[in-house]
Design a protein around this ligand. Structure first.
Ligand SMILES: [Zn+2]
Length: 429
Protein backbone atom coordinates (compact mmCIF):
# COMPACT_ATOMS: atom_id res chain seq x y z
CA UNK A 1 0.00 0.00 0.00
CA UNK A 2 1.23 3.46 -0.91
CA UNK A 3 2.49 5.66 1.91
CA UNK A 4 0.23 8.63 2.52
CA UNK A 5 2.01 11.88 1.99
CA UNK A 6 1.89 15.29 0.42
CA UNK A 7 4.18 17.05 -2.03
CA UNK A 8 4.25 20.83 -1.61
CA UNK A 9 5.33 22.56 -4.81
CA UNK A 10 6.29 26.24 -5.01
CA UNK A 11 8.09 28.69 -7.25
CA UNK A 12 11.04 28.49 -4.89
CA UNK A 13 12.29 26.28 -2.08
CA UNK A 14 14.79 27.43 0.54
CA UNK A 15 16.28 24.25 2.02
CA UNK A 16 18.46 26.35 4.31
CA UNK A 17 20.24 29.70 4.12
CA UNK A 18 22.74 28.14 1.69
CA UNK A 19 20.57 26.12 -0.72
CA UNK A 20 17.73 27.37 -2.91
CA UNK A 21 15.87 25.66 -5.76
CA UNK A 22 13.55 27.36 -8.26
CA UNK A 23 11.04 25.82 -8.66
CA UNK A 24 11.25 23.55 -5.66
CA UNK A 25 9.25 20.96 -3.80
CA UNK A 26 9.08 19.17 -0.48
CA UNK A 27 7.58 15.71 -0.01
CA UNK A 28 6.23 15.13 3.49
CA UNK A 29 5.20 11.92 5.20
CA UNK A 30 4.56 11.09 8.85
CA UNK A 31 5.41 14.62 9.95
CA UNK A 32 8.88 14.57 8.42
CA UNK A 33 10.56 15.74 5.24
CA UNK A 34 11.00 12.78 2.90
CA UNK A 35 12.44 14.66 -0.06
CA UNK A 36 13.39 18.29 -0.68
CA UNK A 37 14.92 19.79 -3.81
CA UNK A 38 14.21 20.80 -7.40
CA UNK A 39 10.55 20.31 -8.30
CA UNK A 40 11.19 17.82 -11.12
CA UNK A 41 13.46 15.63 -8.95
CA UNK A 42 11.05 15.55 -6.02
CA UNK A 43 8.05 14.76 -8.23
CA UNK A 44 9.97 11.99 -9.94
CA UNK A 45 11.13 10.41 -6.70
CA UNK A 46 7.97 10.88 -4.62
CA UNK A 47 6.09 7.62 -3.95
CA UNK A 48 2.93 7.15 -5.95
CA UNK A 49 -0.22 8.07 -4.11
CA UNK A 50 1.16 11.28 -2.62
CA UNK A 51 -1.19 14.19 -3.09
CA UNK A 52 0.15 17.44 -4.47
CA UNK A 53 -0.34 21.05 -3.38
CA UNK A 54 0.77 23.88 -5.64
CA UNK A 55 1.85 27.32 -4.48
CA UNK A 56 2.66 29.43 -7.52
CA UNK A 57 4.34 32.76 -6.76
CA UNK A 58 5.39 31.49 -3.36
CA UNK A 59 8.51 30.31 -1.55
CA UNK A 60 8.74 27.43 0.89
CA UNK A 61 11.13 28.28 3.73
CA UNK A 62 12.06 26.40 6.91
CA UNK A 63 9.74 27.41 9.75
CA UNK A 64 11.07 30.39 11.67
CA UNK A 65 12.43 30.03 15.17
CA UNK A 66 11.52 32.64 17.77
CA UNK A 67 14.10 31.65 20.34
CA UNK A 68 12.84 33.71 23.28
CA UNK A 69 9.20 34.27 24.17
CA UNK A 70 6.88 34.23 27.16
CA UNK A 71 3.61 33.26 25.49
CA UNK A 72 1.56 33.47 28.70
CA UNK A 73 2.43 37.14 29.21
CA UNK A 74 -0.21 39.29 27.48
CA UNK A 75 -0.21 42.76 26.06
CA UNK A 76 -0.78 45.03 29.05
CA UNK A 77 -3.82 47.14 28.32
CA UNK A 78 -5.09 50.24 30.07
CA UNK A 79 -8.73 50.89 30.99
CA UNK A 80 -9.68 51.87 27.45
CA UNK A 81 -8.16 48.68 26.03
CA UNK A 82 -5.21 50.64 24.66
CA UNK A 83 -1.76 49.12 25.25
CA UNK A 84 -0.01 50.75 28.21
CA UNK A 85 3.28 52.41 27.36
CA UNK A 86 6.33 50.41 28.44
CA UNK A 87 7.62 52.10 31.65
CA UNK A 88 10.81 54.06 31.16
CA UNK A 89 12.29 52.48 34.30
CA UNK A 90 13.16 48.79 33.89
CA UNK A 91 12.45 48.21 37.58
CA UNK A 92 8.94 49.65 37.13
CA UNK A 93 8.49 47.19 34.30
CA UNK A 94 9.50 44.22 36.47
CA UNK A 95 7.10 45.42 39.16
CA UNK A 96 4.31 45.56 36.58
CA UNK A 97 4.99 41.94 35.58
CA UNK A 98 5.03 40.84 39.23
CA UNK A 99 1.71 42.61 39.89
CA UNK A 100 0.18 41.05 36.78
CA UNK A 101 1.28 37.53 37.73
CA UNK A 102 -0.14 37.89 41.23
CA UNK A 103 -3.46 39.39 40.13
CA UNK A 104 -4.25 37.53 36.90
CA UNK A 105 -7.16 35.09 36.73
CA UNK A 106 -5.95 31.48 36.45
CA UNK A 107 -7.88 30.92 33.22
CA UNK A 108 -6.20 33.89 31.57
CA UNK A 109 -2.78 32.21 31.28
CA UNK A 110 -4.09 29.53 28.94
CA UNK A 111 -6.10 32.10 26.96
CA UNK A 112 -3.01 34.30 26.58
CA UNK A 113 -0.98 31.29 25.50
CA UNK A 114 -3.43 30.17 22.82
CA UNK A 115 -3.75 33.63 21.39
CA UNK A 116 0.01 34.28 21.38
CA UNK A 117 0.79 30.85 19.88
CA UNK A 118 -1.69 31.53 17.07
CA UNK A 119 -0.07 34.92 16.53
CA UNK A 120 3.41 33.38 16.35
CA UNK A 121 2.21 30.84 13.76
CA UNK A 122 0.61 33.62 11.73
CA UNK A 123 4.06 35.19 11.27
CA UNK A 124 5.52 31.90 10.03
CA UNK A 125 7.09 30.85 13.33
CA UNK A 126 7.01 27.10 13.89
CA UNK A 127 9.40 26.84 16.84
CA UNK A 128 9.83 28.78 20.07
CA UNK A 129 12.05 29.00 23.09
CA UNK A 130 9.37 29.54 25.72
CA UNK A 131 9.80 30.52 29.33
CA UNK A 132 7.07 28.54 31.07
CA UNK A 133 4.17 30.61 32.36
CA UNK A 134 2.20 29.83 35.53
CA UNK A 135 -0.17 27.38 33.78
CA UNK A 136 1.78 24.34 32.58
CA UNK A 137 -1.37 22.60 31.33
CA UNK A 138 -1.46 25.18 28.53
CA UNK A 139 1.40 23.26 26.89
CA UNK A 140 -0.65 20.05 26.50
CA UNK A 141 -2.10 21.41 23.27
CA UNK A 142 0.92 23.47 22.22
CA UNK A 143 0.75 23.85 18.41
CA UNK A 144 4.37 25.00 18.10
CA UNK A 145 7.56 23.03 18.46
CA UNK A 146 8.76 24.37 21.79
CA UNK A 147 11.57 24.16 24.26
CA UNK A 148 9.68 25.10 27.42
CA UNK A 149 12.00 26.24 30.18
CA UNK A 150 10.70 25.78 33.75
CA UNK A 151 11.71 28.94 35.57
CA UNK A 152 13.23 29.27 39.03
CA UNK A 153 13.35 32.53 41.01
CA UNK A 154 14.88 32.92 44.48
CA UNK A 155 17.74 35.10 45.64
CA UNK A 156 18.24 34.34 49.34
CA UNK A 157 20.23 31.17 50.13
CA UNK A 158 17.48 29.81 52.42
CA UNK A 159 14.87 29.56 49.62
CA UNK A 160 17.08 27.58 47.21
CA UNK A 161 15.93 24.08 48.16
CA UNK A 162 12.26 25.01 48.11
CA UNK A 163 12.53 26.64 44.66
CA UNK A 164 14.58 23.74 43.33
CA UNK A 165 11.80 21.36 44.37
CA UNK A 166 9.21 23.48 42.55
CA UNK A 167 11.29 23.56 39.38
CA UNK A 168 11.81 19.77 39.55
CA UNK A 169 8.06 19.23 39.81
CA UNK A 170 7.50 21.55 36.82
CA UNK A 171 10.06 19.63 34.75
CA UNK A 172 8.42 16.30 35.63
CA UNK A 173 5.11 17.76 34.49
CA UNK A 174 6.61 19.06 31.21
CA UNK A 175 8.23 15.69 30.57
CA UNK A 176 4.84 14.00 31.03
CA UNK A 177 3.30 16.53 28.64
CA UNK A 178 5.94 15.77 26.02
CA UNK A 179 4.94 12.09 26.04
CA UNK A 180 1.51 13.12 24.72
CA UNK A 181 2.73 16.11 22.71
CA UNK A 182 6.23 15.45 21.37
CA UNK A 183 6.44 19.03 20.06
CA UNK A 184 7.11 20.06 23.66
CA UNK A 185 10.51 19.49 25.26
CA UNK A 186 11.55 20.60 28.73
CA UNK A 187 14.37 22.91 29.80
CA UNK A 188 15.51 24.66 32.97
CA UNK A 189 15.66 28.41 33.44
CA UNK A 190 17.30 30.23 36.30
CA UNK A 191 15.52 33.56 35.70
CA UNK A 192 18.39 36.08 36.02
CA UNK A 193 21.53 36.58 38.08
CA UNK A 194 19.78 39.27 40.15
CA UNK A 195 16.76 37.11 41.00
CA UNK A 196 18.54 33.76 41.40
CA UNK A 197 21.15 33.59 44.13
CA UNK A 198 24.31 31.52 43.97
CA UNK A 199 22.87 28.54 45.90
CA UNK A 200 19.85 28.22 43.63
CA UNK A 201 21.95 28.85 40.52
CA UNK A 202 24.24 25.95 41.44
CA UNK A 203 21.27 23.67 42.15
CA UNK A 204 19.55 24.51 38.87
CA UNK A 205 22.81 24.05 36.95
CA UNK A 206 23.21 20.62 38.59
CA UNK A 207 19.61 19.71 37.79
CA UNK A 208 20.04 20.68 34.11
CA UNK A 209 23.28 18.69 33.89
CA UNK A 210 21.86 15.64 35.69
CA UNK A 211 18.82 15.52 33.42
CA UNK A 212 20.79 16.52 30.30
CA UNK A 213 18.39 19.41 29.74
CA UNK A 214 19.29 22.77 28.21
CA UNK A 215 19.39 25.73 30.58
CA UNK A 216 18.38 29.29 29.73
CA UNK A 217 19.28 32.50 31.56
CA UNK A 218 18.30 36.14 30.98
CA UNK A 219 21.66 37.90 31.08
CA UNK A 220 23.05 41.43 30.89
CA UNK A 221 19.71 42.94 29.93
CA UNK A 222 19.73 46.28 31.76
CA UNK A 223 21.87 48.86 33.52
CA UNK A 224 20.16 48.24 36.92
CA UNK A 225 21.12 44.56 36.57
CA UNK A 226 24.73 45.45 35.82
CA UNK A 227 24.91 47.84 38.80
CA UNK A 228 23.37 45.35 41.22
CA UNK A 229 25.69 42.53 40.14
CA UNK A 230 28.76 44.75 40.44
CA UNK A 231 28.19 46.10 43.97
CA UNK A 232 24.72 45.14 45.23
CA UNK A 233 23.41 48.68 44.76
CA UNK A 234 21.18 50.62 42.40
CA UNK A 235 17.46 50.46 41.74
CA UNK A 236 17.17 46.69 42.14
CA UNK A 237 18.38 47.00 45.75
CA UNK A 238 16.66 50.29 46.54
CA UNK A 239 13.29 49.79 44.77
CA UNK A 240 12.67 46.29 43.41
CA UNK A 241 13.43 44.18 46.48
CA UNK A 242 11.83 46.57 49.02
CA UNK A 243 8.65 46.55 46.86
CA UNK A 244 8.39 42.77 47.27
CA UNK A 245 9.32 42.90 50.96
CA UNK A 246 12.75 41.28 50.68
CA UNK A 247 16.04 42.33 52.24
CA UNK A 248 19.08 41.93 49.99
CA UNK A 249 21.34 44.32 51.88
CA UNK A 250 23.70 41.39 52.53
CA UNK A 251 24.52 41.14 48.82
CA UNK A 252 27.60 43.13 47.75
CA UNK A 253 27.94 41.99 44.15
CA UNK A 254 29.21 38.86 42.42
CA UNK A 255 32.86 39.70 43.11
CA UNK A 256 33.78 37.97 39.86
CA UNK A 257 33.30 38.54 36.16
CA UNK A 258 30.10 37.13 34.71
CA UNK A 259 31.87 34.40 32.67
CA UNK A 260 33.83 33.20 35.71
CA UNK A 261 30.75 33.31 37.95
CA UNK A 262 28.76 31.25 35.43
CA UNK A 263 31.66 28.81 35.07
CA UNK A 264 32.13 28.43 38.84
CA UNK A 265 28.44 27.81 39.46
CA UNK A 266 28.38 25.14 36.74
CA UNK A 267 25.91 26.90 34.48
CA UNK A 268 28.42 27.73 31.77
CA UNK A 269 28.71 24.56 29.75
CA UNK A 270 27.97 23.41 26.23
CA UNK A 271 24.51 24.54 25.17
CA UNK A 272 23.59 27.00 27.91
CA UNK A 273 21.33 29.60 26.32
CA UNK A 274 21.95 33.24 27.23
CA UNK A 275 19.23 35.74 26.41
CA UNK A 276 19.66 39.50 25.75
CA UNK A 277 23.47 39.90 26.14
CA UNK A 278 23.31 43.68 25.87
CA UNK A 279 25.63 44.82 28.66
CA UNK A 280 28.58 42.56 27.89
CA UNK A 281 32.00 43.60 26.65
CA UNK A 282 33.36 41.76 23.63
CA UNK A 283 35.90 39.74 25.65
CA UNK A 284 33.03 38.61 27.93
CA UNK A 285 30.97 37.47 24.94
CA UNK A 286 34.02 35.62 23.61
CA UNK A 287 34.66 33.96 26.99
CA UNK A 288 31.03 32.86 27.27
CA UNK A 289 31.19 31.48 23.75
CA UNK A 290 34.40 29.61 24.55
CA UNK A 291 32.59 28.09 27.54
CA UNK A 292 29.90 26.65 25.27
CA UNK A 293 27.18 29.33 25.52
CA UNK A 294 24.60 29.95 22.83
CA UNK A 295 23.03 33.36 22.42
CA UNK A 296 19.62 34.86 21.78
CA UNK A 297 19.31 38.55 20.97
CA UNK A 298 16.04 40.47 21.42
CA UNK A 299 16.74 43.91 19.94
CA UNK A 300 13.16 45.21 19.82
CA UNK A 301 12.51 44.37 23.48
CA UNK A 302 15.80 46.00 24.51
CA UNK A 303 14.90 49.14 22.59
CA UNK A 304 11.37 49.25 24.05
CA UNK A 305 12.79 49.24 27.58
CA UNK A 306 15.55 51.73 26.85
CA UNK A 307 18.01 48.98 27.75
CA UNK A 308 20.42 49.61 24.88
CA UNK A 309 21.22 47.28 22.00
CA UNK A 310 23.04 43.96 21.62
CA UNK A 311 26.37 44.05 19.79
CA UNK A 312 25.07 42.50 16.57
CA UNK A 313 28.21 43.67 14.78
CA UNK A 314 30.47 41.61 17.03
CA UNK A 315 28.31 38.49 16.83
CA UNK A 316 28.28 38.65 13.03
CA UNK A 317 31.89 39.70 12.44
CA UNK A 318 33.33 37.25 14.99
CA UNK A 319 31.14 34.52 13.47
CA UNK A 320 29.46 33.72 16.78
CA UNK A 321 26.17 31.99 15.98
CA UNK A 322 23.13 33.66 17.49
CA UNK A 323 19.37 33.35 17.41
CA UNK A 324 16.71 36.04 17.65
CA UNK A 325 13.71 36.28 19.96
CA UNK A 326 10.86 38.74 20.25
CA UNK A 327 10.46 38.46 24.04
CA UNK A 328 6.90 38.82 25.34
CA UNK A 329 3.93 40.83 24.09
CA UNK A 330 4.31 42.87 27.25
CA UNK A 331 7.49 44.34 25.73
CA UNK A 332 6.96 44.29 21.97
CA UNK A 333 3.89 45.16 19.88
CA UNK A 334 3.74 41.80 18.09
CA UNK A 335 5.46 38.42 17.70
CA UNK A 336 6.89 39.19 14.25
CA UNK A 337 10.27 37.52 13.94
CA UNK A 338 10.48 39.40 10.61
CA UNK A 339 10.47 42.70 12.50
CA UNK A 340 13.08 41.27 14.84
CA UNK A 341 15.35 40.47 11.87
CA UNK A 342 14.86 44.00 10.55
CA UNK A 343 15.72 45.46 13.96
CA UNK A 344 18.90 43.37 14.14
CA UNK A 345 19.80 44.40 10.60
CA UNK A 346 19.62 48.08 11.55
CA UNK A 347 22.11 47.50 14.40
CA UNK A 348 24.84 46.01 12.24
CA UNK A 349 27.74 48.43 11.65
CA UNK A 350 30.37 46.11 10.21
CA UNK A 351 31.68 45.61 6.70
CA UNK A 352 29.52 42.71 5.62
CA UNK A 353 27.32 43.70 2.69
CA UNK A 354 23.69 44.31 3.62
CA UNK A 355 22.27 41.52 1.47
CA UNK A 356 24.77 39.00 2.90
CA UNK A 357 23.81 40.24 6.37
CA UNK A 358 20.16 39.50 5.58
CA UNK A 359 21.12 35.94 4.71
CA UNK A 360 22.89 35.65 8.09
CA UNK A 361 19.78 36.91 9.87
CA UNK A 362 17.68 34.33 8.07
CA UNK A 363 20.12 31.68 9.29
CA UNK A 364 19.81 33.10 12.82
CA UNK A 365 16.04 32.62 12.70
CA UNK A 366 16.11 29.12 11.21
CA UNK A 367 19.13 26.82 11.58
CA UNK A 368 20.84 28.68 14.41
CA UNK A 369 17.57 29.18 16.27
CA UNK A 370 16.80 25.45 16.27
CA UNK A 371 20.37 24.63 17.32
CA UNK A 372 20.22 27.20 20.13
CA UNK A 373 17.15 25.44 21.53
CA UNK A 374 18.60 21.99 20.88
CA UNK A 375 15.54 21.14 18.81
CA UNK A 376 15.38 19.55 15.36
CA UNK A 377 14.41 21.66 12.36
CA UNK A 378 15.55 24.96 10.95
CA UNK A 379 16.37 23.26 7.64
CA UNK A 380 14.28 21.25 5.18
CA UNK A 381 16.54 18.26 4.57
CA UNK A 382 15.22 14.69 4.38
CA UNK A 383 14.61 13.37 7.88
CA UNK A 384 14.09 16.82 9.39
CA UNK A 385 10.67 17.59 10.84
CA UNK A 386 8.24 19.01 8.29
CA UNK A 387 8.20 22.46 9.91
CA UNK A 388 7.91 25.07 7.22
CA UNK A 389 6.23 28.22 6.06
CA UNK A 390 5.02 29.23 2.64
CA UNK A 391 5.34 32.95 1.93
CA UNK A 392 4.85 35.21 -1.08
CA UNK A 393 7.95 34.97 -3.23
CA UNK A 394 9.75 38.30 -2.84
CA UNK A 395 11.89 38.01 -6.00
CA UNK A 396 15.66 38.38 -6.26
CA UNK A 397 18.44 35.79 -6.36
CA UNK A 398 21.39 34.88 -4.15
CA UNK A 399 21.92 37.23 -1.19
CA UNK A 400 19.48 39.68 -2.79
CA UNK A 401 16.70 37.14 -2.35
CA UNK A 402 17.23 37.24 1.43
CA UNK A 403 17.24 41.03 1.45
CA UNK A 404 13.97 41.12 -0.50
CA UNK A 405 12.53 38.47 1.80
CA UNK A 406 13.42 40.48 4.92
CA UNK A 407 12.17 43.73 3.52
CA UNK A 408 8.91 42.51 2.06
CA UNK A 409 7.67 39.79 4.36
CA UNK A 410 5.35 40.03 7.32
CA UNK A 411 2.15 38.40 8.52
CA UNK A 412 0.14 39.35 5.41
CA UNK A 413 2.61 37.44 3.21
CA UNK A 414 2.45 34.18 5.15
CA UNK A 415 0.21 31.78 3.24
CA UNK A 416 0.63 28.61 5.24
CA UNK A 417 2.52 27.48 8.35
CA UNK A 418 3.09 23.75 8.79
CA UNK A 419 4.36 22.13 12.00
CA UNK A 420 5.29 18.44 11.99
CA UNK A 421 3.51 18.01 8.67
CA UNK A 422 0.23 19.52 9.86
CA UNK A 423 -1.20 22.83 8.73
CA UNK A 424 -1.16 25.09 11.78
CA UNK A 425 -1.99 28.42 10.18
CA UNK A 426 -3.50 29.53 6.88
CA UNK A 427 -5.62 27.82 4.29
CA UNK A 428 -4.14 24.99 2.26
CA UNK A 429 -4.38 25.92 -1.43
ZN1 LIG B 1 12.44 37.00 28.71
Amino acid sequence: MAVKGVVYVASRLVVDAGAIFSPGAVAVADGNVLLAGPKADVLRAAPSGFSRMEFPGATIIPGLVNAHVHLQIPRFLGDAGIPLPVPTSFVDWILRVIAWKRGAAQASFDENFRSAAAEALSFGTTTVGEIAGPDLSAYVGCPLRARVFAEGIGFAPNVASEVLALVSVAIDRLEKISVGNPLVQAGVSPHTLYTVGEALLRSLADLAAAKALPACLHLAESTPEKTFLSDGGGEIASRLYPAVGKDVSWFRGLGRTIPSYLAETGLLREGVLLVHNVHLARPEIDALRAGGARFVLCPRSNAAHGNGAPDVTHFVDAKIPFALGTDSLGSVPDLSIWSEMRAARSLYKGRKKDAAMCRELFRACTEHGAAALDLPGGILAPGAPADFTIVDDPGGDGDRFFRELLEKTDRANVRLTVVAGKSAHGAAA
